[in-house]
Design a protein around this ligand. Structure first.
Ligand SMILES: Nc1ncnc2c1ncn2[C@@H]1O[C@H](COP(=O)(O)OP(=O)(O)OP(=O)(O)O)[C@@H](O)[C@H]1O
Length: 263
């Protein structure tokens, strides 16, 4: 199943925030959307998911497995989210409901999409918790988000996104809120799961060093436009645009700063 975005335009309050973005994610490909803050990465992803903010409009074409998503009724988009397309956002604290156990949240989409009973859903939640390598899956499912570390909460968010075995995972800066060591663990977990399942990945980041770890193709955005699209290895070795060159300088700082601190 492939994702084909053609000439996507997102407008809000008369402003063109995404301005003719095109890219493709063939079945099983790992594509990164990269750019500075405000370049339109998140809005592009939200348009694919049918989750644009109120008042924003999308034009152009977004085809998933041949189906046009722009203009698709909310109900059908909601079915696609979870069933076919999983989402992980930057801040697991806001993605998780503070007053529900993590097990219930992991199981929720399975219950909704596959109509499982309570006991079965709990078993599936435990299996999912194990899949994202949460410690003591049988007991951690009864905990609440605030009782987990930031990295564990992001593992829960990943378990929720992957619970229904989607074919495409969209991850929007999933490690930015975490410290560097945990960041590396979460990236390797994500990559392992994506590869094991043969899922496609759209990974959003402002950090070329992070992108290099998970994606093979990169689409560079600036002011809502694509300024460069190339294999990540090319972006790293011979970046063509000043934007990519700037991202590479920052990425180098992240990777090789003498103190080992993150930029
Ligand atoms: N809900 C909103 N209301 C008004 N403007 C918005 C909204 N969401 C995004 N924008 C604007 O759209 C532009 C693109 O935002 P977007 O969030 O897609 O950028 P981004 O590249 O994902 O940046 P970041 O890395 O900071 O999330 C920015 O100028 C932003 O201020």
């Amino acid at each position: 199943m492939s994702l084909v975005v053609e000439d996507l335009v997102v407008e809000l309050d008369g402003r063109r925030l995404v301005d003719g973005v095109s890219f493709e994610v063939p079945d099983g490909a790992r594509v990164g959307l990269i750019g500075e803050s405000g370049s339109g990465k998140s809005l592009t992803a939200l348009a694919v998911l049918g989750l644009l903010p109120d008042g924003a409009t999308a034009h152009g074409s977004i085809r998933w497995d041949g189906t046009e998503l722009i203009g698709l009724p909310d109900r059908e988009l909601a079915r696609l989210r979870g069933d076919d397309i999983g989402i992980v956002f930057q801040e697991p604290r806001t993605a998780l409901n503070p007053i529900r156990t993590v097990g219930r949240q992991i199981a929720e989409s399975i219950r909704i999409h596959q109509g499982l009973g309570k006991r079965e859903a709990r078993e599936r939640a435990i299996a999912q918790a194990a899949r994202v390598r949460l410690p003591a899956p049988e007991t951690i499912v009864d905990r609440y988000p605030h009782q987990l570390s930031g990295g564990q909460r992001q593992r829960v968010a990943i378990a929720m996104a992957l619970a229904c075995r989607p074919r495409l995972l969209i991850a929007d800066e999933p490690t930015t809120a975490l410290d560097v060591t945990i960041q590396a663990e979460i990236l390797s977990l994500l990559l392992g799961l994506v590869e094991a399942e043969g899922m496609s990945l759209v990974f959003i980041t402002h950090d070329l060093a992070v992108l290099a770890q998970v994606a093979t193709e990169g689409v560079v955005l600036e002011h809502g436009r694509v300024v460069e699209a190339a294999p990540v290895s090319t972006l790293l070795s011979t970046p063509a645009s000043p934007v990519t060159q700037g991202l590479l300088r920052d990425a180098t700082a992240t990777l090789w700063r003498p103190e080992g601190g993150a930029a």
